[in-house]
Write a protein that binds this ligand. Sequence first.
Ligand SMILES: Nc1ncnc2c1ncn2[C@@H]1O[C@H](COP(=O)(O)OP(=O)(O)OP(=O)(O)O)[C@@H](O)[C@H]1O
Ligand SMILES: [Mg+2]
Length: 277
Amino acid sequence: MMIVVISSMKGGVGKTETALNLAIAAKKTGRSVILLDLDIPYGGVAQALGQTKEISVTDWIKTNRSISTKALKSLVAVNEENGLHYIPAIASTSDLDRLDGQVVQRIINSLNTLYDIIIIDSGVDLSEPTKAALQISDKIIIVTTANHVSAQNNYRYKEDLVSLGIDRDKLLLFINMIPEQKTAGQIVKNIVTTFGETGSSTQTVAEVHYDEKVAQIREAHGFAYNNCPSFRSGIDQVLQKLGLANPIFSQEAKPSKTNAASPGVVGWLKGLIPWSR
Ligand SMILES: Nc1ncnc2c1ncn2[C@@H]1O[C@H](COP(=O)(O)OP(=O)(O)OP(=O)(O)O)[C@@H](O)[C@H]1O
Ligand SMILES: [Mg+2]
């Protein structure tokens, strides 16, 4: 199981785009994936998918520990076109005061029993719900654009996360929307170097160029991963870094008991499965 938070201290940098495409890419590897929109209150996942919010985090706030697995599964939205499982952000601000850190922890723990991978699109804040998601996560992908304001805010953000007790090894940097201009190369270099300084080292996991097709595809509720090579390669680098790049066997395709009886086959298959639940 793996919990990945997509985060930033600057809005509009491509958090939702990254979260959506990472989710669809991870799903293609055969793993079960849920995309949780914790960009509270309004979020952007359901809108990006062009779907209405019939189910939302609000429904999960109301659940308790004794709820059955079947009931939990009924509180997940499924994208009709590609089968992506997701939970839109909160439906009404009147539910806001009920969403604290403990509730977020409970929601994530429940999802952990149902899915291999939880991808969380988080808010531009350090509220208790956001902090709870950051604390419980295995990896945090900080998304920045290649400009000074975004880079500086996110640099201060990652330093603050470390002071809050977040393990610095969990942090990865995703540089998005890099302009084609020559000067951008030097800015990106500076960002990579500054974030990678020893003592507070954060590795840059992907450098993605601005491509107007990304926004066009989003408008059409599609996935840049399927149509934009530069965005796809950025997401592939993230998958690689998370150890999720290689496909796993789906439940149905897993070796049968007859195969499992042969130690030779089992050993060979194990070698092919880099990660399993
Ligand atoms: N590499 C890119 N090239 C061009 N457009 C991009 C790229 N990445 C994201 N976008 C577009 O930029 C816009 C903002 O992206 P997105 O909504 O993912 O940002 P966000 O960080 O989630 O914003 P918010 O803070 O509002 O939640 C979207 O239209 C998206 O399609
Ligand atoms: Mg967003």
